[in-house]
Design a protein around this ligand. Structure first.
Ligand SMILES: Nc1ncnc2c1ncn2[C@@H]1O[C@H](COP(=O)(O)OP(=O)(O)O)[C@@H](O)[C@H]1O
Ligand SMILES: [Mg+2]
Length: 297
């Protein structure tokens, strides 16, 4: 299927015009003291929709002309490939920043969306988990690498691996908030206490400013009793921490990574796309209302 280019304003569609947005060339003036919001997308379970959410939330924000960076902290590297980056195109990965001392700015890769850039990952990041153990300030590597960039973006999203090791810890320490995708399936809530316990520990020590961005219900199938039960339980327990937007199980969302496109460039009319646009709006509506929104003097 051809991407619905016409459905998006041309200014957010970077490559068609042969020009790409970079923080330096963006027409957006740097707001004084502005520091972008860093949201880490985490759940130690695999297959719950972290990467799908990272890619499609990032694309939603970018389509609203928010300057957005997606950082892949998962060695599987699906965030980059889902945005169309091929192995041979890579000019370096997040590994080079957190262990190789390369400035993150050298690792930014453009995407088809003008306001969206990505720092990709490759399987060599698996080694980082072990290599970091003996490093000084090992939990702060990502935070320190992102600091020089924070003023250039409105949103920085971090896609986490399915574990609670040092890579996820780096993401939680770098972030202002954590967004937890919860799959509407059996055992959805199992293991969640481990994650919230890790978040508590990070809040008590390494990153006291860390907030909960929200819980996102994913792969919702209204015909399945279990899905409705998970929604009820999650809303009963986590109350308004659960986003109003719910991501349905939608085959278009599962298809688009193989075309290297976010859903907005693959099928803008799909239910999956609608849900990620709604999530983007919910998050943007909070702009300026976040107690943790950081402003430097
Ligand atoms: N809402 C959805 N509807 C249908 N398939 C989905 C949906 N969200 C994710 N998927 C598919 O489920 C699989 C796991 O999703 P993914 O985002 O990679 O999870 P994670 O990053 O948590 O491991 C992928 O094949 C993805 O395409
Ligand atoms: Mg993933």
């Amino acid at each position: 299927m051809l991407p619905p280019v016409g459905a998006l304003p041309s200014r957010v569609w970077g490559t068609c015009r042969g020009q790409r947005w970079t923080p330096e060339t963006s027409g957006h003036s740097k707001r004084m003291g502005h520091v972008g919001r860093i949201i880490c997308i985490s759940n130690q379970k695999g297959g719950v929709g972290k990467t799908t959410t990272a890619i499609n939330l990032a694309a939603s924000l970018a389509s609203a002309e928010r300057r957005t960076l997606l950082v892949d902290m998962d060695p599987q590297g699906n965030a980059g490939s889902g945005l169309g980056l091929k192995r041979e195109m890579l000019q370096g990965t997040v590994y080079d920043a957190i262990l190789g001392g390369r400035p993150m700015r050298e690792l930014l890769h453009p995407t088809e969306l003008r306001f969206l850039q990505v720092v990709p990952a490759t399987p060599d990041l698996t080694g980082a988990e072990v290599e970091l153990v003996n490093q000084e300030r090992r939990e702060f590597r990502l935070r320190e690498a992102l600091r020089p960039l924070a003023a250039d973006y409105d949103y920085i999203l971090i896609d986490c691996p399915p574990s609670l090791g040092l890579l996820t810890l780096n993401a939680l320490v770098a972030a202002d908030s954590v967004l937890i995708p919860l799959q509407c399936e059996y055992y959805a809530l199992e293991g969640l206490s481990q994650l919230t316990h890790t978040v508590d520990l990070v809040q008590q020590g390494l990153n006291p400013g860390l907030k909960m961005e929200g819980i996102l219900l994913t792969m919702f199938d209204s015909r399945a009793n279990i899905a409705n039960q998970v929604v009820e339980e999650a809303r009963g327990y986590f109350k308004d921490q659960v986003f109003t937007a719910v991501v349905p199980r939608n085959v278009r969302l599962a298809e688009c990574p193989s075309f290297g496109k976010p859903i907005i460039l693959y099928d803008i009319k799909s239910k999956g796309c609608e849900s990620y646009l709604a999530l983007g709006r919910e998050i943007m509506n909070r702009e300026g209302h976040h107690p943790s929104k950081r402003h430097v003097a």
